[in-house]
Design a protein around this ligand. Structure first.
Ligand SMILES: Cc1cc2nc3c(=O)[nH]c(=O)nc-3n(C[C@H](O)[C@H](O)[C@H](O)COP(=O)(O)OP(=O)(O)OC[C@H]3O[C@@H](n4cnc5c(N)ncnc54)[C@H](O)[C@@H]3O)c2cc1C
Length: 398
């Protein structure tokens, strides 16, 4: 029977940040990862300023900056009229050490963390190993997992379920995932086409509203990523066909030649929060605890904030002898933020970007222009959209 102090299910950004914080402090950690290697999927690509501040304490931010693009400006655009409002993240200088968004693929973070974990003998990262079930006694967590068709068991003092939106940990604890799934799926296309040469004043992060078909244009070091909504009645095959992909791109910016596309991903979008983030010695963090639409880039960032909050509390309990009731504060803080900030802001971003009513569109655009033109209001706006307010609100929760 294997033993570990903290068992983590899932080697995504949330599981690995948790493993790093705990492992660097000397806690023995075992991470179970169902896949054969770390995911290289093009998923989240924005690091918000407070996330960069947190990761800097572990020597990760400088490395990520060298692998990414510093985005000082973000834009709200209108697909027909161009820039509506541009926000200068430098206004956050007094609030954070890194007053910018970093455009960098999430797989670069997990790879960098793995390099550090590989040098820690007390941290085990087991691939092709799938968590199957979890039970608890008063002082231990007992989990079973399968590896190469064989079932094995492990015992831990605490467990973090960071195994994504379909979390086996969450299911094992019978925790409801409350919320809804949007009827329309999102299509992300990446291309090496240089949009900045054709769309005037484009920044690295551009939210483009439109009453017919909104989109988001995001730069990562070698590619542009274009996110489109799709219609519920379109089948997967229709959406992903060359013809439909080219039609969407040509409609956004007509070009004489077809676009070269590098990736195409179609995915379901949800707003869901787990009914509870903890049950006894088992905790949920990241996508296993809350999922949201990607408008605002809060999924991975919010998950990293969960991982930091929970792991630092576990250290206080495991190493400093603090009472385990301290861990209840994790749920109070992070579930509140998932509902009040992450879910609320991303749902609002979706409503605003897809708004069809011309009066409501004009009101939103006028408000964005006035906000960007006033440095005090612009800073307030950026503190919200960069998740700084959310972290301060969490700190204020006892
Ligand atoms: C297509 C797509 C695009 C996205 N784009 C954005 C974006 O632009 N911006 C943004 O902020 N967010 C985006 N997200 C969301 C973002 O990627 C997630 O919020 C983030 O990955 C959450 O990290 P996590 O570690 O909680 O979960 P994950 O990254 O999902 O990691 C979970 C890990 O657990 C493993 N696992 C699952 N089940 C088991 C099991 N039973 N046993 C062991 N291991 C298991 C999985 O293999 C996986 O490696 C996107 C998500 C998707 C799917």
């Amino acid at each position: 029977m294997m033993n570990t102090q903290v068992l983590i299910s899932g080697a995504g950004p949330v599981g690995l940040v948790s493993a790093l914080v705990l492992g660097q402090a000397g806690v023995s950690v075992t991470v179970l990862e169902a896949a054969a290697s770390l995911s290289m999927d093009l998923r989240a690509s924005t690091f918000h300023p407070p996330t960069l501040d947190m990761l800097a304490r572990y020597g990760l931010t400088e490395k990520l900056i060298s692998m990414g693009l510093v985005a000082r400006y973000t834009q709200q655009r209108d697909r027909q009229e161009g820039v509506v409002a541009e926000f200068d993240m430098n206004l956050l200088q007094a609030d954070v050490d890194h007053p910018f968004r970093l455009q960098c693929e999430q797989w670069k973070l997990t790879q960098l963390i793995k390099e550090q974990l590989d040098a820690m003998p007390h941290v085990k990262l087991l691939f092709s190993t799938q968590l199957d079930s979890v039970t608890q006694t008063a002082d231990k967590v007992h989990a079973s997992f399968s590896c190469e068709g064989e079932s094995q068991a492990i015992t831990a003092d605490y467990m973090i379920g960071a195994d994504g939106s379909r979390s086996a940990t969450r299911r094992s604890q019978d925790i409801e995932f409350e919320g809804f799934t949007y009827p329309d799926r999102f299509l992300v296309i990446s291309t090496d086409f240089e949009y900045a040469d054709h769309l005037p004043k484009l920044s690295y992060v551009n939210y483009c509203s439109d009453p017919q078909e909104w989109c988001v244009l995001l730069r990562v070091p070698t590619l542009w990523r274009v996110l489109f909504p799709t219609k519920p009645e379109e089948t997967d095959e229709q959406v992903m066909s060359d013809e439909a992909v080219q039609a969407r791109l040509q409609n956004l910016l007509p070009q004489p030649q077809p676009y070269k596309t590098i990736h195409r991903t179609l995915y379901n979008v949800h707003q869901r929060v787990a009914k509870t983030f903890s049950r006894g010695r088992v905790f949920l963090a990241g996508d296993s605890a809350h999922i949201n639409n990607p408008l605002g880039g809060m999924g991975m960032n919010g998950g990293v904030h969960d991982a930091m909050n929970l792991s630092l509390k576990l250290l206080q309990v495991i190493q400093e002898g603090q009472d385990a009731s301290l861990l209840d504060r994790y749920e109070r803080q992070r579930r509140t933020i998932a509902i009040e900030y992450i879910n609320a802001s991303t749902a609002r971003n979706y409503r605003e970007i897809e708004e069809r009513d011309p009066v409501a569109r004009k009101r939103t655009q006028d408000d964005l222009r006035a906000t960007a033109a006033d440095p005090v209001r612009a800073r307030e706006y950026l503190r919200k959209t960069s998740m700084i307010d959310a972290l301060e609100r969490a700190e204020a929760i006892a």
